[in-house]
Design a binder for this molecule. Sequence first.
Ligand SMILES: [Zn+2]
Length: 546
Amino acid sequence: MDMAKRIQDLTVELTNILGVVGSPEENDVVDYVFNWFMELDYFKENPDNLKFIDVIDDAAGRKSVVATINGKKGNDKKTLVFIGHTDTVGISDYGDMKEFATKPFELTHKLKEVTLSKEAKEDLESGNYLFGRGIFDMKFGVAALMVMMEEFSKKVDELEGNLIFAAVCDEEGNSGGMLSVVPELVKLKKEKGYDYLAVVDTDYSAPRYVGDETRYIYVGTVGKLMPSFYVTGKETHVGEPYKGLDPNQIASEITREFNLNMEYCDIADGEVSLPPITLRQQDLKTEYSVQIARNSYVYFNYATHNSTPDQVMDKMIKGATKAFNNVVNDLNMQYEKYTKENDYPFERLPWEARVISYNQLLENVKAERGDELERRIQELSTELLKDKNVDERIFALKMVEMVHNMWSDKDPVVIAYFSPPYYPHIFVKGEDDREKKLMDAVNKAINNAGDEYKIVNKKFYPYISDLSYAAAPREEKAVESLKENMPGFGVRYSLPLNEMQELNLPVVNIGPFGKDAHKFTERLEMGYSFGVLPQILLDTVDELMK
Ligand SMILES: [Zn+2]
């Protein structure tokens, strides 16, 4: 049976198994993958090369599978790592068609009965697409990697080096799968002396604009930070508004400064990252009264191509200071008008723009309260960890709030900090041999693919993914800034930063073409995905292992 057909059958079979992120059923997919590999002769003969890796401290008991093929030609230590995630997002978006979400062929018929966008309707009628939850993101990718591994398992005598495939869970959630596999890879490197070349992912690759027919392969990936601001104003009665400083106004001006502002985009190799956008903005007043709020907070999604956490923190402090100054100037201008029209004496308002980092706040409070600070942080951590409703973002906020409350300085101030999660970008510049080799291999594979499709090689996989965890910034200051300014780091939210730094691998995403990931019209285009992409994948691997 040819490869395209085998990948298609396996894609449909994997799609049939529902494994929604966060649910214990994620293991159904993982178990299927494990058993499928166990049926192959190679793994029957080498059962130790197939194992489960448990997610660390996971309430749902989830796990990933790691399958290793050791080539027998020569005794080469070079090793390629493949990752594919086995989970999907939920299926509530299918509404009444929910039961068909995992049945691509039946779903295709059902979709004819409902209203669709013009593009989705055309794709449905074309017969070139398979619909289904996860089929594009990324059951196809997992199937393609499994079939590729099977191919190599049949000819280990000709394989120089090793192939490791990690089928990881929880990618759509907190990356619990990848984050437990990273330390395993470091362990294998030490035990077996593996010399890792790169990490290859086969996650989805969608059009970048309406009507975009280009097929993209990405060497490298985008990163993400969550700049957060805790704002303290000055409370007042609404009857004396100029005696107070409204934290909502400062937070709004911070939003105006950062939101979708192209000045905060990273440009690397001509590729521009997405601008920041708020994911939450609210004040922290709990009741109605005619007193204005004292505190508010706002946090942003912030994509990176080359800025490290310390550099983003600098931009956060500069941007928030500018915003704060705007508010102070505007208030003075309004107050001057107000006093003039009422014939009252005008005196400049006492507010000064002040923005400090969380780390600076810690230092200020520590200077005043000494060891009590650490004790209070631990007490609050213990308390917050017990509460299931406190997510990583709320944990960070409560910590900033408590530390700020301990400070004797009660004047208006903005505290800049990071909320979890953090995904490092990986910028493959082609500066070292490993990076050059990867870029060359991908270029050659694309050239071999012919010209039926326009295939373009770009630098940053634009959809936040597990690829980010194949490396971490190695400049001391960069990671330090993240740890110092992310309240609860190492307690409520952790990353194996040392292991990520140790791996330090270039990455590539060689993904299928399709549309509408995370929508009920999620669909996989078949011509390129089954017919061309598997060969690009194989050629890339061949070239790298040569
Ligand atoms: Zn995905």
